[in-house]
Design a protein around this ligand. Structure first.
Ligand code: NAD
Length: 280
């Protein structure tokens, strides 16, 4: 049995995927409307955190605070030997604290942040970056493989989150850089629709030009399922980590400032930020 807590843009398709693969999870979200959606997707909704207890509990929560609050309700009722796979993107230091709290309760905690978005969660093709005990990962790897096509053990607790923050800082920076470069081309007379096939056949390409621009920006759909607010959170966490370990950031910090300054509200799709940079 799998418990799944947090049924937002990522947790909901994870629930659907697990159910479709024959493992309908016990699903909980503090928002009853999300629980109803997860039930429609094949999950088994429960009315309290405690009822979601299971040998494997997957978390998909917005931030450290939500994870702390869920663990406070869950740890007293989880069976000893249970494993928590936390797919939320959070501070690596918080992940280490959570791991220690879980160890005291006889529970293993893995930081298992993911990349691949809502579509990847629905298709079971996420990339998962894992920090923590290898034996605990071995025990739950078959279940996690139902949602993640690539599961990469990065290192000790927190290492998965560090990898995720490095990745998303690069994504945020690539998106701003691509928007500025495309704006240059457009102002010089070559619009994105002419530039993108060239860049994507050449060495300037990135996920920003290969995926974000055609799929969500040029199309005008802006429906990636990842919000500007969550990307701003990831950038802030990456900047805090950089300060903690004294790793200077210059270019990435400027890109981060562009994300902070962009008019797109936190609940807007994150692709609005590069679109606004392009249009500025
Ligand atoms: P979301 O805001 O859409 O969903 C979060 C869900 O958690 C909401 O349904 C909310 O009601 C629920 N929740 C919040 N606090 C809770 C609590 N205390 N108890 C129970 N439920 C609670 O977020 P999301 O886009 O699904 O992202 C989830 C996590 O995954 C975030 O940490 C995000 O950074 C990360 N992530 C998101 C994406 C993406 O494409 N959306 C991709 C990779 C990683």
């Amino acid at each position: 049995m799998i418990g799944l807590i947090g049924l937002g843009n990522m947790g909901l398709p994870m629930a659907g995927r697990l159910a479709a693969e024959g493992h309908p999870p016990r699903v909980f979200d503090r928002d009853p409307a999300r629980r109803a959606l997860a039930a429609a997707a094949g999950g088994q909704p429960v009315q309290s955190l405690a009822d979601a207890a299971a040998p494997l509990v997957i978390l998909s929560l917005p931030d450290d605070r939500a994870v702390a609050s869920v663990l406070a309700g869950l740890l007293p009722v989880l069976p000893r030997g249970a494993v928590i796979a936390d797919t939320s993107t959070i501070d690596p230091m918080a992940a280490r604290r959570f791991c220690a709290d879980c160890a005291t309760a006889g529970v293993a905690y893995l930081d298992t942040p993911v990349s691949g978005g809502a579509a990847g969660a629905a298709a079971g093709t996420l990339a998962m970056m894992v920090g923590g005990d290898r034996a605990a990962l071995g025990a739950v790897r078959p279940a996690l493989s139902l949602i993640a096509a690539r599961i990469l053990h990065v290192g000790d607790t927190g290492a998965g989150q560090i990898a995720k923050l490095v990745n998303n800082l690069l994504v945020a920076t690539h998106l701003v850089a691509a928007a500025e470069a495309l704006r240059l081309g457009a102002r010089a007379g070559v619009p994105p629709e002419a530039l993108l096939p060239v860049i994507n056949a050449a060495s300037g390409r990135s996920a920003a030009t290969e995926v974000n621009w055609p799929r969500w920006i040029a199309s005008g759909t802006f429906d990636s399922g990842f919000s500007a607010g969550l990307m701003r959170k990831d950038i802030s966490l990456a900047m805090e980590l950089a300060a903690t370990v004294a790793a200077p950031l210059d270019l990435c910090a400027r890109a981060g400032a562009a994300w902070a300054a962009a008019a797109a509200p936190d609940d807007a799709d994150f692709n609005h930020v590069p679109a606004q940079v392009f249009g500025a």
